[in-house]
Each structure stands twice: as C-alpha cells, then as structure tokens.
Ligand binder design. Structure first.
Ligand code: GDP
Ligand code: GDP
Length: 437
C-alpha cells in the first residue's frame, strides 16, 4: 500500500498550497484536461525517482464544528490517526498561536510520527522563526516556503527518511501471471455488488491474499481460465456505513488501489450520471496513467428513453477520455460481465504492449511526412527519432529540435496517429519530448 502523509495545521498556514505543490502532476497536459476535476483534500505525490505516497490535507482539525464541517473534521482526524507521517504545519510569519498549541496537544495524543514544518519562511528571519517554535520540542524542524516551492525537496527527503519501507504487499503485486484490476467509484455505484457477484459466480475460488497486517488488500479471482488480482477488495466488502468519516476516508483506499492496479474499472451509476465525485476518481486514474474501462452500472433499472438520455449524457461528459471503452452492466443481474472483461483485456493488452524501436520510428516517420509540424513565427520543430519509454502507460520519447514551438495540437495529432496505427484502446498514451539528440 502507498504510505499516507497527513498535512495538519490551523487554517491559513499554507496546507493547501503545500498540498498542491506536492500533488500537482508535472505534466500539465495531463493535469489541466478540461472536464477532469481533482479532489482538493486527497492526492498522490509522485516524485521522479522515489516511491509515491498519498497526501491528505486534513483541513481544519481543531474545531468542534457541527454538521458538514464536523464530518470533515472527523475525517481529518481519522486520516491523521492512520497516517504513516504527520506534517504539522505552522506559520513562520505569524508565529505560535493558541490554536497551534491545541493542535499539538491533539497530535501528541494521536501519537503518530510527526515532523514540524514552518511555512512562509520567505522574507522572515529564519532563526527567529525557529526559536519561536523551539519550545514545541521537535528534534527536526523544516523551514519551507510552499508558495515559492522553496525547501520542498528537502522536506521530501525528510519525509522519505520517515516512511515505512516497502513491505510484502508490494512484492505481492509483482506476481506477473495475475492481471491487477481495481473496481473503483464513489459510494453506492455498486462496487461491492459487482465484486461479490464475480467472486460468488466462481464459487469462491477466490482467496484472500495474505501479507498485510492492517487489511487484506487483494483477492484473487480465476475466471474463464484467466487469473486476476482484485485490488483493495477487502475495503469493498467490509465496508462500514457507521461513520461518514470512515466512508469518506476510503478515498485514500481508492487512491491506493488505483496506484496498485494495471487496469482501473470506473463504475458509474446509470441512474445518476457523472457526478463531481465520479470526475475526481477519473482524475486520479488519469494522473496515475492507468488503463481505464468505464462500467456503467444499474443499466437494468432504466427505461428505453432513460437509456437514450444516459447514452448522450455519458458521451458528452466522457468525451475527453474517448480512448476508454465503456460497457453497460448490471452488477445485480450479472449482465454485461463478458463485455466488461473483454474490455479489461483489451485495455491491459494496449497498456502493457512492448514496442520495438523500429516500429515506432516507422510510425513517427509516416506521421511526420504526412503532416509536418507547422511553422510558428518562422520556427519549425524537427522530430528526429523516437524510442520506447516504458509501458503502462505506453510512453514514447521523441527527440528533436526546436520542440518549444511544437503546438499542443500537433502533440495530439501524434498521439492519435499512434493510437490508430497500433490500435491502442483503453490506455492513456504519453509522449515526452526531448530537445537534442
Ligand atoms: P490553508 O488554510 O492552511 O490550506 O492555507 P492556504 O494554502 O490556503 O494558504 C493561506 C494563505 O497563505 C494564502 O494566501 C497563501 O497564498 C499564503 N501562503 C501559503 N504558503 C505561503 C508561503 O510559503 N509564503 C507566503 N508568503 N505565503 C504563503
Ligand atoms: P458500493 O458502495 O459501490 O459498494 O455499492 P453497493 O454494491 O453497496 O450498491 C449500492 C446499492 O446499489 C445497493 O442497494 C445495490 O443493491 C444497488 N445496486 C448495485 N448494483 C446494481 C445494479 O446493477 N442494478 C440495480 N438496480 N441496483 C444495483
């Protein structure tokens, strides 16, 4: 499982600024797609050469708010109590406050490993700021400026020193014979109904995969002679409705499952369409670069007219992931399962295909000659060659010159050209452009 890091602190110290600095993907193309939303409190930090971890912005943690705010605060506490590491954020400009003291008391009770982070170190006397918080008694104190992205890399180093080692769970993921599939979606779309049906159908050939202390995180499923590992199934089956906080907290599980799977099946509820929450799960899948199948569940409950309405709405709302296949299913009645698994296999095959350098250079050459990049203010990009940059998602590294003036529209053209030529469905495709040879 991905480690969990919680940002804790009073309002306005810069938690959400730091959250964004940690979780925004470097690839703006991926990040800024229209129609995709992202959860403002839960995200994944993916440093280039280190293990990823889940980041939770716990929002306000101290208050005894009621209603919605109360639920948010409870979630925040639940997240911090489960975290592998808490970053206690304070404001270097304003110094200590009574609220900081309250939070510290609460953190001591929660007893999680905690690092003190003094933010807004830009333009303040750093020694004075450190002295101000010295009485909190932390051995290690990191000063940063989140809004200037200063000190964030040092902070990351400190974080890694404190995160748990990769455990057996990760080793279990490496079983190459099993395709790792995650069924994800917001509460009530039918995930447990679907998973239980799949497992029941197979007369419990499914067995829990041992190896984690907290929760069993996967279940194996053999179906039609194929082997699957359903990621985070324990979280699905043993769901608790006792506390909204716990329910919402499963966002962390969702992010972890997405990270661990090869193919994410996004469940939608046909009777409710695509909600903001659906869109943010989709955003997480795209950020992770996972293969995707959209399963529109509860298709049984719709009249013909409603089905037509649903079709046109889905086509509109999902137009930016045209490459993903969508299937209509009923988890309740078990219909659409064959189509679902076929789509999963197509997505997996596309996502994990190994390309030869010669076939992709041939493709680049044809794409280039059919439609060379346009001249931009007298400058023209030259594309020289391409080499494979890995799979899942398929990644192509294109070398050339004057790539700064290569228009986004041309990048999309290349992507579509490659998709068509290599019949890539159900997976994102990444192009990385490198100046020079
Ligand atoms: P949160 O309530 O803890 O999530 O705080 P925000 O991230 O919303 O930040 C509160 C305010 O502090 C915003 O106006 C930010 O622009 C500002 N801020 C955040 N980080 C820094 C920083 O490193 N230096 C300065 N000077 N301002 C910052
Ligand atoms: P989860 O929160 O995503 O795990 O959703 P559940 O599996 O608990 O399902 C939520 C509700 O939707 C339950 O009342 C299910 O009986 C119902 N449900 C699930 N799948 C279907 C379906 O295919 N058709 C219909 N009509 N209802 C379904």
């Amino acid at each position: 499982m991905l480690p969990l890091v919680a940002l804790v602190g009073r309002p306005n110290v810069g938690k959400s600024t730091l959250f964004n600095a940690l979780t925004r993907s470097r690839d703006a193309l991926v990040h800024d797609q229209p129609g995709v939303t992202r959860d403002r409190n839960y995200g994944v930090c993916r440093p280039e050469d280190q293990r990823s971890f889940v980041v939770v912005d716990t929002g306000g943690i101290a208050g005894e708010e009621e209603g919605l705010a109360g639920a948010t605060a409870r979630q925040a506490r639940a997240a911090a109590e489960e975290a592998d590491l808490v970053l206690f954020i304070v404001d270097g400009r304003e110094g200590r406050s009574a609220l900081d003291d309250d939070i510290l008391r609460w953190l001591r009770k929660a007893a999680r490993p905690t690092l003190l982070v003094i933010n807004k170190m830009d333009g303040v006397d750093e020694d004075a700021a450190r002295a101000e918080f010295a009485r909190y008694g932390f051995d290690d104190v990191i000063g940063i400026s989140a809004s200037h992205r200063q000190g964030v890399d040092d902070l990351l180093e400190e974080v890694y020193e404190r995160l748990p080692e990769e455990g057996d769970a990760e080793a279990l993921d490496e079983d190459p014979t099993r395709m790792r599939v995650a069924f994800v979606g917001r509460p009530n779309v039918g995930k447990s109904t679907l998973v239980n049906r799949l497992l029941g159908e197979e007369r419990m050939i499914a067995s829990e995969v041992p190896g984690t202390t907290r929760d069993s995180i996967a279940v194996d499923l053999d179906r039609d002679g194929r082997q699957y590992r359903l990621v985070d199934t324990a979280g699905l089956r043993r769901k608790s409705r006792v506390d909204e906080a716990v329910e919402k907290f499963s966002v962390v599980k969702t992010l972890q499952a997405i990270e661990q799977c090869q193919v994410a099946v996004l469940l939608l509820d046909a009777t409710e369409g695509v909600t903001d929450q659906d869109a943010s799960v989709l955003g997480a899948i795209l950020d992770a670069g996972r293969a995707l199948v959209v399963a529109i569940n509860k298709w049984d409950g719709l009249t013909t007219y409603q089905r037509e309405q649903a079709e046109s709405m889905l086509a509109r709302k999902l137009s930016f992931v045209e490459w993903a296949e969508s299937v209509r299913i009923s988890a309740k009645h078990g219909s659409g399962m064959r189509e679902l698994f076929r789509a999963v296999h197509r997505a997996h095959a596309s996502a994990t295909h190994e390309f030869s350098t010669s076939e992709i250079n041939k493709a680049l050459e044809i794409a280039y000659e059919t439609n060379p990049p346009p001249s931009i203010r007298g400058h023209v990009s030259k594309l020289r060659y391409v080499h494979p940059g890995g799979s899942n998602p398929p990644t192509f590294i294109v070398h050339g010159t004057r790539l700064k003036v290569l228009p986004e529209s041309y990048k999309r053209y290349l992507e579509n050209f490659f998709r068509k030529r290599f019949k890539l469905v159900g997976t994102p495709v990444r192009f990385i452009f490198r100046e020079g040879t």
